[in-house]
Design a protein around this ligand. Sequence first.
Ligand SMILES: *[C@@H]1O[C@H](CO)[C@@H](O)[C@H](O)[C@H]1NC(C)=O
Ligand SMILES: *[C@@H]1O[C@H](CO)[C@@H](O)[C@H](O)[C@H]1NC(C)=O
Ligand SMILES: *[C@@H]1O[C@H](CO)[C@@H](O)[C@H](O)[C@H]1NC(C)=O
Ligand SMILES: *[C@@H]1O[C@H](CO)[C@@H](O)[C@H](O)[C@H]1NC(C)=O
Ligand SMILES: *[C@@H]1O[C@H](CO)[C@@H](O)[C@H](O)[C@H]1NC(C)=O
Length: 389
Amino acid sequence: MLPYLLPSLLGLLLYTLGANTSAIQHVSRQTCQSTGTHCPPGTLIVGSNSKKASHKTLQSAINSLPHDASPQTILILEGVYTEQVNVTRAGPITILGQTSNSKDATKNRVTITWKAGNRDSTGNFDNVYSSVMVVAPTLESSLTGSGTTGWPVPEDTPFGNRDFRVYNVDFVNTWADYSDGPAHALSLSRANGGFYYCGFYSYQDTIYIGKLGNAYFYSSIIAGQTDFLYGFGTAWIQSSAIQLRGCGGGITAWKGTNTTTPNKYGVYIVDSDVRAANSSIAPDIKGKCALGRPWNSQHRSIFARSYEDGSIKPQGYVDWIVSGVPRYERGVTLMAEYRVYGPGVNETARIEGGVTDVLGPREWEKFSTPQKVFGDTRWVDWSAVQGRN
Ligand SMILES: *[C@@H]1O[C@H](CO)[C@@H](O)[C@H](O)[C@H]1NC(C)=O
Ligand SMILES: *[C@@H]1O[C@H](CO)[C@@H](O)[C@H](O)[C@H]1NC(C)=O
Ligand SMILES: *[C@@H]1O[C@H](CO)[C@@H](O)[C@H](O)[C@H]1NC(C)=O
Ligand SMILES: *[C@@H]1O[C@H](CO)[C@@H](O)[C@H](O)[C@H]1NC(C)=O
Ligand SMILES: *[C@@H]1O[C@H](CO)[C@@H](O)[C@H](O)[C@H]1NC(C)=O
Protein backbone atom coordinates (compact mmCIF):
# COMPACT_ATOMS: atom_id res chain seq x y z
CA MET A 1 0.00 0.00 0.00
CA LEU A 2 2.86 2.30 0.87
CA PRO A 3 4.12 2.73 -2.73
CA TYR A 4 0.69 4.09 -3.72
CA LEU A 5 0.33 6.42 -0.78
CA LEU A 6 3.74 8.08 -1.13
CA PRO A 7 3.13 9.89 -4.42
CA SER A 8 -0.15 11.32 -3.22
CA LEU A 9 1.39 12.52 0.03
CA LEU A 10 4.19 14.14 -1.96
CA GLY A 11 1.64 15.69 -4.25
CA LEU A 12 -0.29 17.08 -1.31
CA LEU A 13 2.89 18.50 0.15
CA LEU A 14 3.89 20.18 -3.13
CA TYR A 15 0.36 21.48 -3.59
CA THR A 16 0.38 23.00 -0.11
CA LEU A 17 3.71 24.72 -0.70
CA GLY A 18 2.75 25.86 -4.20
CA ALA A 19 -0.55 27.36 -3.08
CA ASN A 20 1.25 30.27 -1.54
CA THR A 21 4.54 30.83 -3.27
CA SER A 22 5.67 33.40 -0.72
CA ALA A 23 5.85 30.56 1.79
CA ILE A 24 8.69 28.98 -0.19
CA GLN A 25 10.12 32.18 -1.66
CA HIS A 26 13.75 32.65 -0.82
CA VAL A 27 14.16 36.02 0.90
CA SER A 28 17.42 37.84 0.32
CA ARG A 29 18.12 41.34 1.58
CA GLN A 30 20.79 42.00 -1.02
CA THR A 31 18.76 40.76 -4.00
CA CYS A 32 15.76 42.75 -2.79
CA GLN A 33 17.91 45.87 -2.54
CA SER A 34 19.53 45.48 -5.95
CA THR A 35 16.70 44.08 -8.09
CA GLY A 36 13.48 44.50 -6.08
CA THR A 37 12.92 40.72 -6.18
CA HIS A 38 13.20 38.14 -3.36
CA CYS A 39 11.92 40.76 -0.90
CA PRO A 40 9.90 39.57 2.09
CA PRO A 41 6.20 39.08 1.17
CA GLY A 42 4.20 42.26 1.43
CA THR A 43 7.21 44.60 1.06
CA LEU A 44 6.05 48.17 0.38
CA ILE A 45 7.94 50.14 -2.25
CA VAL A 46 8.70 53.86 -1.90
CA GLY A 47 9.71 55.82 -4.99
CA SER A 48 9.18 59.41 -6.08
CA ASN A 49 8.42 58.55 -9.70
CA SER A 50 8.33 54.83 -10.31
CA LYS A 51 5.33 52.73 -11.38
CA LYS A 52 6.56 49.99 -9.04
CA ALA A 53 6.17 52.25 -6.01
CA SER A 54 3.03 52.33 -3.90
CA HIS A 55 4.21 55.36 -1.88
CA LYS A 56 6.02 58.56 -2.79
CA THR A 57 7.46 59.18 0.69
CA LEU A 58 8.79 57.00 3.47
CA GLN A 59 6.38 58.61 5.93
CA SER A 60 3.42 57.69 3.76
CA ALA A 61 4.57 54.04 3.67
CA ILE A 62 5.07 54.03 7.46
CA ASN A 63 1.63 55.56 8.04
CA SER A 64 0.05 52.79 5.97
CA LEU A 65 1.43 49.98 8.14
CA PRO A 66 -1.03 48.07 10.32
CA HIS A 67 -1.05 48.93 14.02
CA ASP A 68 -0.10 45.44 15.08
CA ALA A 69 2.95 43.34 15.86
CA SER A 70 3.49 42.01 12.34
CA PRO A 71 6.97 42.48 10.87
CA GLN A 72 6.92 44.86 7.91
CA THR A 73 9.47 45.71 5.23
CA ILE A 74 9.81 48.88 3.16
CA LEU A 75 12.11 49.13 0.13
CA ILE A 76 13.07 52.70 -0.83
CA LEU A 77 14.05 53.18 -4.45
CA GLU A 78 17.13 55.23 -5.34
CA GLY A 79 16.65 58.97 -4.88
CA VAL A 80 16.66 61.95 -2.58
CA TYR A 81 13.58 62.30 -0.37
CA THR A 82 13.04 65.63 1.33
CA GLU A 83 10.92 64.80 4.33
CA GLN A 84 10.84 64.36 8.10
CA VAL A 85 10.11 60.83 9.22
CA ASN A 86 8.41 59.92 12.50
CA VAL A 87 8.09 56.29 13.56
CA THR A 88 5.80 55.50 16.50
CA ARG A 89 4.74 51.96 15.50
CA ALA A 90 5.75 49.23 17.98
CA GLY A 91 5.79 46.30 15.53
CA PRO A 92 9.06 45.37 13.76
CA ILE A 93 9.98 47.48 10.72
CA THR A 94 12.82 46.90 8.27
CA ILE A 95 13.75 49.70 5.88
CA LEU A 96 15.96 48.85 2.91
CA GLY A 97 17.63 51.40 0.65
CA GLN A 98 18.03 50.40 -3.00
CA THR A 99 21.67 49.70 -3.78
CA SER A 100 23.89 47.31 -5.64
CA ASN A 101 26.59 47.79 -2.98
CA SER A 102 24.73 46.68 0.10
CA LYS A 103 27.90 46.38 2.16
CA ASP A 104 29.29 49.84 1.48
CA ALA A 105 27.72 52.93 3.06
CA THR A 106 29.87 55.24 0.90
CA LYS A 107 27.89 54.05 -2.13
CA ASN A 108 24.38 54.54 -0.71
CA ARG A 109 21.88 55.80 -3.27
CA VAL A 110 18.98 56.65 -0.97
CA THR A 111 19.02 59.91 0.98
CA ILE A 112 16.40 61.24 3.35
CA THR A 113 17.08 64.89 3.94
CA TRP A 114 15.64 67.79 5.90
CA LYS A 115 16.88 71.23 6.80
CA ALA A 116 16.07 72.24 10.36
CA GLY A 117 17.98 73.29 13.43
CA ASN A 118 17.32 74.72 16.85
CA ARG A 119 18.72 78.17 17.62
CA ASP A 120 16.31 78.67 20.50
CA SER A 121 17.90 78.81 23.93
CA THR A 122 14.74 79.49 25.95
CA GLY A 123 13.71 75.83 25.98
CA ASN A 124 10.47 76.50 24.10
CA PHE A 125 11.55 74.75 20.95
CA ASP A 126 12.84 71.23 21.43
CA ASN A 127 15.69 69.67 19.46
CA VAL A 128 13.42 66.85 18.30
CA TYR A 129 11.72 69.12 15.78
CA SER A 130 14.98 69.41 13.87
CA SER A 131 15.37 65.68 13.30
CA VAL A 132 15.36 64.06 9.87
CA MET A 133 14.02 60.88 11.50
CA VAL A 134 12.41 60.35 14.91
CA VAL A 135 11.80 56.88 16.36
CA ALA A 136 9.83 57.12 19.62
CA PRO A 137 6.38 56.10 20.83
CA THR A 138 5.20 59.60 21.79
CA LEU A 139 6.24 63.21 21.45
CA GLU A 140 7.08 63.51 25.15
CA SER A 141 9.38 60.49 25.09
CA SER A 142 11.34 62.09 22.25
CA LEU A 143 11.87 65.53 23.86
CA THR A 144 15.41 66.34 24.94
CA GLY A 145 14.22 68.96 27.40
CA SER A 146 16.70 71.01 29.34
CA GLY A 147 18.77 70.86 32.50
CA THR A 148 20.86 67.94 33.61
CA THR A 149 17.96 65.48 33.73
CA GLY A 150 16.13 66.59 30.59
CA TRP A 151 12.42 66.30 29.84
CA PRO A 152 10.56 64.34 32.56
CA VAL A 153 8.97 61.58 30.49
CA PRO A 154 5.83 60.16 32.17
CA GLU A 155 6.66 56.76 33.61
CA ASP A 156 3.59 55.08 32.13
CA THR A 157 4.76 55.87 28.59
CA PRO A 158 4.76 52.60 26.62
CA PHE A 159 7.89 51.33 24.90
CA GLY A 160 8.00 52.17 21.19
CA ASN A 161 9.48 50.12 18.38
CA ARG A 162 11.07 46.89 19.64
CA ASP A 163 12.82 45.99 16.41
CA PHE A 164 13.56 48.78 13.96
CA ARG A 165 16.18 48.09 11.26
CA VAL A 166 17.55 50.28 8.50
CA TYR A 167 20.02 49.30 5.77
CA ASN A 168 21.85 51.54 3.29
CA VAL A 169 20.02 54.80 3.88
CA ASP A 170 21.67 58.21 4.42
CA PHE A 171 20.03 60.73 6.76
CA VAL A 172 21.24 64.23 6.03
CA ASN A 173 20.36 67.41 7.93
CA THR A 174 21.37 70.39 5.78
CA TRP A 175 20.55 73.12 8.32
CA ALA A 176 24.04 74.66 8.14
CA ASP A 177 27.53 73.68 7.08
CA TYR A 178 28.96 74.40 10.54
CA SER A 179 27.62 74.08 14.11
CA ASP A 180 24.62 76.36 14.34
CA GLY A 181 22.48 74.80 17.03
CA PRO A 182 21.19 71.25 17.39
CA ALA A 183 20.29 69.71 14.02
CA HIS A 184 19.51 66.00 14.30
CA ALA A 185 19.83 63.40 11.59
CA LEU A 186 18.40 60.78 13.97
CA SER A 187 16.48 60.91 17.24
CA LEU A 188 15.65 57.56 18.87
CA SER A 189 14.04 57.14 22.30
CA ARG A 190 12.25 54.31 24.12
CA ALA A 191 12.90 52.03 21.16
CA ASN A 192 15.41 49.50 19.80
CA GLY A 193 17.03 50.43 16.48
CA GLY A 194 19.71 48.79 14.34
CA PHE A 195 21.38 50.74 11.52
CA TYR A 196 23.52 48.88 8.98
CA TYR A 197 25.58 50.61 6.28
CA CYS A 198 23.76 53.89 6.94
CA GLY A 199 25.01 57.48 6.90
CA PHE A 200 24.16 60.25 9.40
CA TYR A 201 25.30 63.71 8.38
CA SER A 202 24.96 66.99 10.25
CA TYR A 203 27.19 69.32 12.28
CA GLN A 204 25.71 69.63 15.75
CA ASP A 205 23.99 66.86 17.72
CA THR A 206 23.78 64.58 14.65
CA ILE A 207 22.57 61.58 16.65
CA TYR A 208 20.38 61.75 19.74
CA ILE A 209 19.68 58.53 21.62
CA GLY A 210 17.11 59.53 24.20
CA LYS A 211 15.83 57.94 27.37
CA LEU A 212 15.45 54.14 27.13
CA GLY A 213 16.75 54.29 23.58
CA ASN A 214 18.94 51.40 22.41
CA ALA A 215 20.77 51.87 19.13
CA TYR A 216 23.26 49.64 17.36
CA PHE A 217 25.21 50.99 14.38
CA TYR A 218 27.20 48.75 12.07
CA SER A 219 29.53 49.75 9.24
CA SER A 220 27.94 53.18 9.15
CA ILE A 221 29.18 56.75 8.73
CA ILE A 222 28.48 59.36 11.40
CA ALA A 223 29.56 62.91 10.57
CA GLY A 224 29.51 66.00 12.75
CA GLN A 225 31.34 68.76 14.54
CA THR A 226 29.83 69.44 17.99
CA ASP A 227 28.47 66.97 20.57
CA PHE A 228 27.33 64.88 17.67
CA LEU A 229 26.77 61.70 19.65
CA TYR A 230 24.59 62.69 22.56
CA GLY A 231 21.73 61.51 24.69
CA PHE A 232 20.59 59.54 27.72
CA GLY A 233 20.26 56.08 26.23
CA THR A 234 22.65 53.42 24.99
CA ALA A 235 24.46 53.38 21.66
CA TRP A 236 26.94 50.83 20.35
CA ILE A 237 28.81 51.91 17.24
CA GLN A 238 30.58 48.98 15.62
CA SER A 239 33.12 49.04 12.75
CA SER A 240 32.01 52.49 11.64
CA ALA A 241 33.51 55.79 10.50
CA ILE A 242 33.25 58.82 12.76
CA GLN A 243 33.90 61.80 10.48
CA LEU A 244 35.06 65.07 11.99
CA ARG A 245 33.71 68.04 10.03
CA GLY A 246 35.13 70.51 12.52
CA CYS A 247 35.63 70.55 16.31
CA GLY A 248 33.28 71.88 18.95
CA GLY A 249 32.28 70.67 22.42
CA GLY A 250 33.21 67.03 22.07
CA ILE A 251 32.45 64.11 19.82
CA THR A 252 30.35 62.59 22.62
CA ALA A 253 28.20 64.42 25.17
CA TRP A 254 26.23 61.95 27.26
CA LYS A 255 23.85 62.33 30.18
CA GLY A 256 23.09 59.57 32.57
CA THR A 257 19.82 59.63 34.47
CA ASN A 258 18.03 57.62 37.07
CA THR A 259 15.03 57.35 34.77
CA THR A 260 16.75 54.79 32.60
CA THR A 261 16.42 51.07 33.35
CA PRO A 262 19.57 49.61 34.87
CA ASN A 263 21.27 48.99 31.53
CA LYS A 264 24.75 50.33 30.88
CA TYR A 265 23.64 53.58 29.22
CA GLY A 266 26.32 55.43 27.36
CA VAL A 267 28.00 55.41 23.97
CA TYR A 268 30.49 52.77 22.94
CA ILE A 269 32.56 53.35 19.79
CA VAL A 270 34.22 50.05 18.94
CA ASP A 271 36.61 48.88 16.17
CA SER A 272 35.92 52.15 14.42
CA ASP A 273 37.77 54.95 12.69
CA VAL A 274 37.75 58.49 14.03
CA ARG A 275 39.21 60.96 11.54
CA ALA A 276 38.89 64.27 9.74
CA ALA A 277 36.05 64.20 7.22
CA ASN A 278 38.44 65.04 4.39
CA SER A 279 42.00 66.15 3.71
CA SER A 280 41.11 69.85 3.28
CA ILE A 281 39.65 70.12 6.78
CA ALA A 282 42.36 67.97 8.43
CA PRO A 283 45.05 70.68 8.87
CA ASP A 284 42.50 73.15 10.35
CA ILE A 285 41.40 70.78 13.09
CA LYS A 286 44.71 69.13 13.92
CA GLY A 287 44.89 68.45 17.68
CA LYS A 288 41.63 70.32 18.34
CA CYS A 289 38.78 67.81 18.59
CA ALA A 290 37.87 66.60 22.10
CA LEU A 291 36.67 63.01 22.39
CA GLY A 292 33.78 64.17 24.53
CA ARG A 293 32.54 66.23 27.44
CA PRO A 294 30.16 65.43 30.30
CA TRP A 295 26.64 66.77 29.64
CA ASN A 296 26.01 65.70 33.20
CA SER A 297 28.33 64.02 35.66
CA GLN A 298 26.94 60.58 34.79
CA HIS A 299 28.32 60.79 31.25
CA ARG A 300 29.64 57.45 30.01
CA SER A 301 31.49 56.95 26.75
CA ILE A 302 34.24 54.59 25.67
CA PHE A 303 36.29 54.55 22.50
CA ALA A 304 37.56 50.97 22.20
CA ARG A 305 40.02 49.38 19.76
CA SER A 306 39.54 52.36 17.47
CA TYR A 307 41.81 54.44 15.29
CA GLU A 308 42.14 58.13 16.16
CA ASP A 309 43.76 60.47 13.67
CA GLY A 310 45.72 63.64 14.45
CA SER A 311 42.52 65.71 14.82
CA ILE A 312 42.08 64.45 18.36
CA LYS A 313 43.04 66.83 21.16
CA PRO A 314 46.12 65.48 22.98
CA GLN A 315 44.18 65.65 26.31
CA GLY A 316 41.46 63.40 24.88
CA TYR A 317 38.27 64.32 26.74
CA VAL A 318 37.56 67.70 28.32
CA ASP A 319 35.49 68.82 31.29
CA TRP A 320 32.34 70.91 30.84
CA ILE A 321 32.29 73.77 33.29
CA VAL A 322 28.99 75.61 33.71
CA SER A 323 28.85 78.75 35.90
CA GLY A 324 32.14 77.75 37.43
CA VAL A 325 30.93 74.25 38.32
CA PRO A 326 32.78 71.38 36.65
CA ARG A 327 30.51 68.53 35.58
CA TYR A 328 33.26 65.95 35.65
CA GLU A 329 33.12 63.91 38.88
CA ARG A 330 35.82 61.38 39.56
CA GLY A 331 34.36 57.92 40.08
CA VAL A 332 30.99 58.93 38.61
CA THR A 333 31.83 60.24 35.14
CA LEU A 334 33.36 57.70 32.78
CA MET A 335 35.10 59.22 29.77
CA ALA A 336 37.34 56.43 28.63
CA GLU A 337 39.47 54.73 26.04
CA TYR A 338 40.48 51.12 25.66
CA ARG A 339 43.26 50.04 23.32
CA VAL A 340 42.87 52.97 20.92
CA TYR A 341 45.67 53.67 18.44
CA GLY A 342 46.84 56.22 15.89
CA PRO A 343 48.37 59.71 15.92
CA GLY A 344 45.49 61.07 18.03
CA VAL A 345 46.68 59.12 21.06
CA ASN A 346 49.02 60.88 23.49
CA GLU A 347 49.16 59.14 26.83
CA THR A 348 51.19 61.85 28.55
CA ALA A 349 48.71 64.54 27.58
CA ARG A 350 45.74 62.29 28.48
CA ILE A 351 47.11 61.96 32.02
CA GLU A 352 47.84 65.70 32.27
CA GLY A 353 44.29 66.48 31.11
CA GLY A 354 43.01 64.54 34.12
CA VAL A 355 39.56 63.51 32.88
CA THR A 356 40.32 60.68 30.42
CA ASP A 357 40.35 57.14 31.81
CA VAL A 358 42.56 54.64 30.04
CA LEU A 359 40.92 51.28 30.73
CA GLY A 360 42.67 47.98 31.13
CA PRO A 361 41.13 44.68 29.98
CA ARG A 362 39.51 44.08 33.37
CA GLU A 363 37.78 47.47 33.43
CA TRP A 364 36.65 47.10 29.81
CA GLU A 365 35.35 43.59 30.44
CA LYS A 366 31.98 44.64 31.89
CA PHE A 367 31.14 46.71 28.80
CA SER A 368 32.87 44.55 26.23
CA THR A 369 29.90 43.22 24.21
CA PRO A 370 26.54 44.62 23.05
CA GLN A 371 24.88 41.91 25.17
CA LYS A 372 26.52 43.35 28.27
CA VAL A 373 25.39 46.91 27.63
CA PHE A 374 21.92 46.31 26.18
CA GLY A 375 20.88 43.06 27.83
CA ASP A 376 18.47 41.71 25.20
CA THR A 377 19.94 42.05 21.68
CA ARG A 378 17.49 39.99 19.62
CA TRP A 379 16.73 43.18 17.69
CA VAL A 380 20.32 43.30 16.37
CA ASP A 381 20.84 41.67 12.95
CA TRP A 382 23.72 39.41 13.90
CA SER A 383 23.80 37.75 10.49
CA ALA A 384 24.57 41.15 8.90
CA VAL A 385 27.24 41.81 11.51
CA GLN A 386 28.83 38.43 10.86
CA GLY A 387 28.81 39.17 7.13
CA ARG A 388 26.31 36.44 6.30
CA ASN A 389 23.78 38.76 4.67
C1 LIG B 1 0.67 34.14 1.27
O1 LIG B 1 1.04 34.22 2.64
C2 LIG B 1 1.40 35.52 3.07
C3 LIG B 1 1.95 35.45 4.48
O2 LIG B 1 1.09 34.72 5.33
C4 LIG B 1 0.18 36.43 2.92
O3 LIG B 1 0.50 37.75 3.35
C5 LIG B 1 -0.24 36.45 1.46
O4 LIG B 1 -1.41 37.22 1.32
C6 LIG B 1 -0.50 35.03 0.93
N1 LIG B 1 -0.69 35.09 -0.51
C7 LIG B 1 -1.64 34.42 -1.14
C8 LIG B 1 -1.69 34.57 -2.63
O5 LIG B 1 -2.46 33.71 -0.55
C1 LIG C 1 5.31 61.85 15.87
O1 LIG C 1 4.01 61.32 15.71
C2 LIG C 1 3.23 61.30 16.90
C3 LIG C 1 1.96 60.55 16.60
O2 LIG C 1 1.27 61.15 15.57
C4 LIG C 1 2.99 62.71 17.36
O3 LIG C 1 2.25 62.71 18.56
C5 LIG C 1 4.34 63.39 17.59
O4 LIG C 1 4.13 64.74 17.91
C6 LIG C 1 5.24 63.29 16.37
N1 LIG C 1 6.57 63.73 16.73
C7 LIG C 1 7.13 64.82 16.21
C8 LIG C 1 8.49 65.14 16.67
O5 LIG C 1 6.58 65.51 15.38
C1 LIG D 1 35.58 68.87 3.77
O1 LIG D 1 34.74 68.87 4.93
C2 LIG D 1 34.28 70.14 5.31
C3 LIG D 1 33.52 69.96 6.58
O2 LIG D 1 32.39 69.16 6.40
C4 LIG D 1 33.43 70.74 4.20
O3 LIG D 1 33.02 72.05 4.59
C5 LIG D 1 34.23 70.81 2.92
O4 LIG D 1 33.40 71.23 1.89
C6 LIG D 1 34.81 69.44 2.60
N1 LIG D 1 35.74 69.60 1.49
C7 LIG D 1 35.78 68.76 0.48
C8 LIG D 1 36.79 69.03 -0.56
O5 LIG D 1 34.99 67.83 0.39
C1 LIG E 1 20.65 59.58 40.72
O1 LIG E 1 20.56 58.89 41.94
C2 LIG E 1 21.69 59.02 42.75
C3 LIG E 1 21.53 58.11 43.95
O2 LIG E 1 20.22 58.21 44.48
C4 LIG E 1 21.86 60.50 43.14
O3 LIG E 1 23.01 60.65 43.91
C5 LIG E 1 22.02 61.31 41.85
O4 LIG E 1 22.09 62.67 42.15
C6 LIG E 1 20.87 61.06 40.89
N1 LIG E 1 21.19 61.70 39.64
C7 LIG E 1 20.30 62.29 38.87
C8 LIG E 1 20.84 62.90 37.61
O5 LIG E 1 19.13 62.34 39.13
C1 LIG F 1 52.09 64.69 23.91
O1 LIG F 1 51.67 65.58 24.92
C2 LIG F 1 52.74 66.13 25.64
C3 LIG F 1 52.17 66.83 26.85
O2 LIG F 1 51.14 67.71 26.49
C4 LIG F 1 53.53 67.02 24.71
O3 LIG F 1 54.61 67.61 25.41
C5 LIG F 1 54.03 66.19 23.53
O4 LIG F 1 54.65 67.02 22.59
C6 LIG F 1 52.92 65.43 22.89
N1 LIG F 1 53.46 64.48 21.96
C7 LIG F 1 53.14 64.49 20.68
C8 LIG F 1 53.77 63.43 19.84
O5 LIG F 1 52.39 65.31 20.18
